[in-house]
Design a protein around this ligand. Structure first.
Ligand SMILES: Nc1ncnc2c1ncn2[C@@H]1O[C@H](COP(=O)(O)OP(=O)(O)OP(=O)(O)O)[C@@H](O)[C@H]1O
Length: 265
């Protein structure tokens, strides 16, 4: 594996945990991402935005090796996926957690069993230890202990998101990918989920890659924002950078009527 890359900026040294260079992804004769570049730094919450169909999910799925790419390199936690052995890849995959859109829990498994799926896949632990770990994860995401024995169909939308987050945290990952984690939640549930993500980042030192359309999340918990447009990361920076950006789509998104009502809060 390569060493972990660091970037020196504003006098501080930041560890790059995900680095995407010149990434091109397409389907048939349609190019969705064209020589895209992106860096994510340890401990930050990066919010990913872009118009519907701009390729946010495609990017996330390509980084997770669920979709093939035509060109470009992806370094995760200092390792170039293309140059790692199968064993090293497995070790890397264990350090990534994923919360897919709509939770994507297995409907025939209880919350406890869902959380234990990654443990069974990657670890060889006695059942009693997996039960203890599942209990800890359930507590970590703010679910009641009784939720362990419930099936997804018995949970509210907010509980499903929390259970899916508990599963994403099952193996104590360094980097978590969240695909629209607050979609479908009411504003109070969404705000609570944002607070939970910020708390987990602070206490566990997580790095968070979050695809979101939720302006409240972007304003309240994201350290940095990346805008996907024209098949690449068109702009990246803080919310102030977004507000100062003169791109028409970025202006409409961050300074439109809905955004202004959040800024005024
Ligand atoms: N497996 C696939 N085969 C062919 N085309 C695909 C595939 N996956 C995605 N696409 C196309 O790639 C484009 C980007 O899709 P993607 O789902 O990444 O958009 P998005 O930015 O996540 O949108 P949304 O915000 O609506 O979820 C779309 O035009 C989509 O139809």
């Amino acid at each position: 594996m390569d060493g972990v890359r660091v970037d020196k900026q504003a006098g501080s040294t930041r560890e790059v945990v995900l680095s995407v260079k010149d990434l091109t992804v397409g389907f048939g004769d349609r190019i969705v991402l064209d020589r895209l570049n992106l860096d994510i730094y340890r401990g930050e919450i990066l919010g990913f935005v872009g118009a519907s169909g701009s390729g946010k999910s495609v990017l996330m799925r390509t980084v997770l090796r669920l979709l093939p790419r035509r060109a470009g390199t992806i370094h995760i936690l200092g390792a170039d996926y293309d140059r790692t052995s199968e064993v090293e890849r497995m070790a890397l995959d264990m350090r990534l957690g994923v919360l897919f859109q709509h939770g994507a829990l297995f409907s025939s498994l209880t919350v406890r069993e869902n959380i234990q799926v990654p443990m069974r896949e990657y670890l060889d632990l006695p059942q009693s230890m997996m039960d203890d770990l599942a209990r800890l994860k359930i507590e970590l995401v703010g679910l009641a202990p009784e939720a362990a024995d419930k099936f997804p169909s018995e949970l509210s939308g907010g509980m499903i998101k929390r259970a899916a987050l508990a599963r994403a945290l099952a193996l104590d990952p360094d980097l978590v990918f969240l695909d629209e984690p607050t979609s479908g939640l009411d504003p109070i549930g969404a705000a609570e989920f944002d607070e939970l993500i910020a708390k987990l980042r602070d206490t566990l030192g997580l790095t968070v890659y979050m695809v979101t359309h939720d302006l409240d999340s972007l304003f309240s918990v994201c350290d940095r924002i990346a805008v996907l447009a024209q098949k690449k990361v068109l702009v990246e920076g803080t919310i102030d950078d977004m507000l100062a950006c003169d791109d028409a789509w970025v202006q409409a998104y961050f300074r439109g009527k809905r955004a202004r009502s959040i800024v005024r809060k």
